[in-house]
Design a protein around this ligand. Structure first.
Ligand code: ZN
Length: 387
């Protein structure tokens, strides 16, 4: 039987003195490691990850837990409560204007605000551990990353940590311990898909999601990158010194569970089964991962391209999100009645057809059906291949 604990972590304190907290559920199995850290709903309108975590609660009652799993549903009460009428304006922090998933700290390179003392120099670390066994490298580097977080916090103490730093630290202090980090999001209007570190093919297959975007090891401020890029940097540093048996020892994924605002407990049980398959791949649960249910289409995140609306209008989807299209196929129609200049007015004059610029998969559409010119209308996987 797994041993469970619950605590609540403060992610913001409001002007009225209220602490906004997220519940953190930890289950430890037979041994401490590997540790998986799973959070959901950092973007307040992206709800399905909470259903997946509820599914994991039930699944873990009977699943053989070998390592430790940390589950943080509703990780961002700030964002979840940025509610305007029915709508949750959840991607950007209304206090800072910053995307909640772009403010994390790079622990092996220069980040905003932090001095050189606040990140780990991978080349010196690798040189100092050139003949160390893997286990020692893993634990030593993790301690170094934790020390970097502590140094950032300490450096900020004198003048105060800004809200964005406060938020990043509260999450990264939990995630830095993990061997596997899963950040559960949703698309706007999208099927299920996965952002996976480049090269993590077997792991990506273990999730079994139909679409995979492969993320290069370059830091852009998201949690998956903040989790795996430092470990890729370390692996690269060892390779530069002629040692090539140090793989990337931590992986981070962004798991996109359908469309924003959708929430289904039943679908959450299936999402939990897919996540459990990945947890078996990483040895957090005992057993073998499931085989993928169907074909998986992949492309580099660099070949995941957004089409910006060439005109404004009301969006009529010509294909469902996740549909394979050829260059020139109509993907969406933008209707604007003000384009009807001749009388009697004809509906056809209002409609502008938007076609796919390249072959690929029309994966994600704008969440809402009224867009200005220049808004991201849809995003396409291009240069796709089977995974
Ligand atoms: Zn998101």
């Amino acid at each position: 039987m797994a041993k469970w604990e619950r605590r609540d972590v403060v992610v913001r304190t409001t002007a009225t003195g209220h602490e906004l907290t997220a519940p953190v559920f930890t289950a430890q199995g037979r041994q401490e490691r590997p540790i998986a850290y799973v959070q959901a709903n950092v973007h307040g309108g992206e709800l399905q990850g909470n259903a997946a975590i509820l599914g994991l609660f039930d699944l873990l009652e009977s699943a053989p837990l070998r390592g430790t799993i940390v589950l943080v549903p509703r990780v961002n009460p700030i964002s979840a409560n940025q509610q305007v009428g029915d709508y949750v304006a959840g991607v950007y922090d209304l206090l800072t204007g910053v995307n909640f998933n772009r403010g994390y700290l790079y622990l092996t390179g220069p980040s905003r605000s932090a001095s050189a003392a606040c990140y780990v120099d991978v080349d010196s670390f690798a040189a100092a551990h050139l003949s160390a066994p893997i286990g020692e490298i893993r634990s030593g580097f993790r301690e170094a990353l934790k020390a970097a977080l502590a140094a950032i916090e300490e450096e900020a103490a004198a003048w105060g940590a800004d809200s964005r730093l406060d938020f990043a630290l509260s999450i990264q202090k939990m995630a830095v311990d993990a061997d596997l980090v899963l950040d559960l999001h949703t698309g706007d209007r999208a099927p299920r898909y996965l952002y996976a570190p480049e090269g993590a093919v077997a792991a990506a297959r273990a999730f079994g999601l139909p679409f995979v975007l492969e993320v290069p090891a370059r830091f852009g401020g998201a949690l998956d990158e903040a989790s795996f890029v430092p470990w890729q940097d370390l692996s690269d540093a060892f390779r530069r010194l002629g040692r090539d048996d140090v793989p990337r020892l931590v992986d981070g994924f962004t798991v996109e569970l359908g469309s924003m605002n959708e929430f289904s407990l039943e679908a959450g049980r299936e999402d939990a089964r897919r996540i459990a398959s990945a947890l078996r791949y990483y040895g957090v649960l005992d057993g073998e991962p499931d085989a993928p249910l169907g074909p998986i289409t992949a492309c580099s995140a660099a070949d995941y391209r957004s089409l910006h609306a060439p005109v404004g209008g009301l969006v009529d989807l010509a294909v469902r999100p996740g549909t394979r299209v050829k260059a020139g196929d109509v993907v969406a129609r933008l209707a604007d009645p003000s384009r009807c200049r001749s009388l009697p007015p004809r509906a056809g004059d209002a409609v502008f057809e938007v076609r796919a610029p390249e072959d690929g998969v029309a994966l994600l559409f704008h969440a809402f059906s009224s867009v200005p010119k220049g808004a991201r209308l849809f995003s396409m996987m291009t240069k796709t291949r089977p995974l």
